[in-house]
Write a protein that binds this ligand. Structure first.
Ligand code: HEC
Length: 129
């Protein structure tokens, strides 16, 4: 009787462990997707402004700032990645910071700062996505 109880207890603990492990795995996914989706939103707003040829300094600065802030979570969203991945993330940070520093005030300036950002998104996706 005691042995049977121990087996049941063991099974229960095993199942519980599996559930916890699966939850932990699933939790990484939403964060990585959220970080990327949010970056995509802000980059998309900037692309849309360019397409509409309606480039105002204040909203451009706002989207670039949010793009930069969101990148700070890339490391947390992708735990255990290798150094080249982190290098790509650092490159994206540098390009976005440079874009903010350039403070684009018209569409021509926006196009110039968006290009290296878009190239960095693409180069990381080609290797890791
Ligand atoms: C350091 C590498 C890296 C950089 C830089 C990067 N991404 Fe990603 N991105 C990834 C990876 C890896 C995935 C796949 C994530 C997944 O499936 O969980 C991804 C997925 C995405 C997705 C799909 C999201 C989803 O829900 O599956 C979008 C949209 C995206 N990235 C946009 C961007 C944009 C916009 C930029 C540039 C501003 C960018 N990414 C820069 C690595 C990167």
């Amino acid at each position: 009787m005691r042995a049977a109880l121990l087996i049941v207890l063991g099974l229960f603990i095993g199942i519980l462990g599996t559930v916890f492990a699966l939850n932990a795995l699933r939790q990484h996914q939403p964060l990585s997707h959220s970080v990327m989706s949010l970056m995509d939103h802000h980059a998309g707003e900037l692309r849309a402004a360019l397409k509409a040829q309606h480039c105002e300094a204040a909203p451009m600065r706002q989207h670039l700032t949010r793009l930069l802030q969101t990148q700070a979570d890339i490391g947390e969203a992708f735990p255990g990645v290798d150094q080249p991945f982190l290098d790509e993330a650092a490159k994206l940070h540098d390009k976005t910071q440079a874009a903010l520093d350039a403070a684009p005030a018209d569409c021509k300036a926006l196009a110039a700062v968006l290009k290296p950002i878009a190239e960095t998104c693409q180069s990381c996706h080609q290797q890791y996505r």
